[in-house]
Design a protein around this ligand. Structure first.
Ligand SMILES: [Zn+2]
Length: 109
């Protein structure tokens, strides 16, 4: 029996968290970009300008940690992060509910 050919590993872009300095896959990080009025959340990860990446560890979202990099913007960044996390949580709950409905449908209930 012929072995299935192993697909080439995809190149995963890595980024470094500005707080803990750990490199992680870009998709796992949250991007901020610098504007004249301060740092803004870059939800699409596509905004131009100077960018800063933040990982999803709770310890990297604490005021003390954020201040090391974002300075006077830390408070606002923290609020933005909280809102962003609420939104992503709501989204993942929604998709879980969808999966459950599909599973139930498949059982001919
Ligand atoms: Zn981090």
């Amino acid at each position: 029996m012929a072995k299935p050919s192993t697909p080439k590993p995809k190149h995963i872009p890595m980024r470094r968290c500005v707080v803990c300095r750990e490199s992680k896959a870009q998709a796992e990080l949250i991007r901020f970009y610098r504007t004249e009025s301060g740092w803004q959340l870059d939800e699409q990860g596509k905004a131009g300008g100077r960018g800063a990446w933040l990982c999803q560890k709770e310890s990297c979202h604490e005021d003390k940690a954020l201040k090391r990099f974002f300075r006077q913007d830390a408070g606002r960044i923290r609020e933005t992060l909280e809102r962003y996390k609420q939104e992503t949580k709501a989204k993942s709950q929604e998709s879980r509910a969808k999966r459950i409905r599909v599973a139930v449908g498949g059982m001919n209930v």
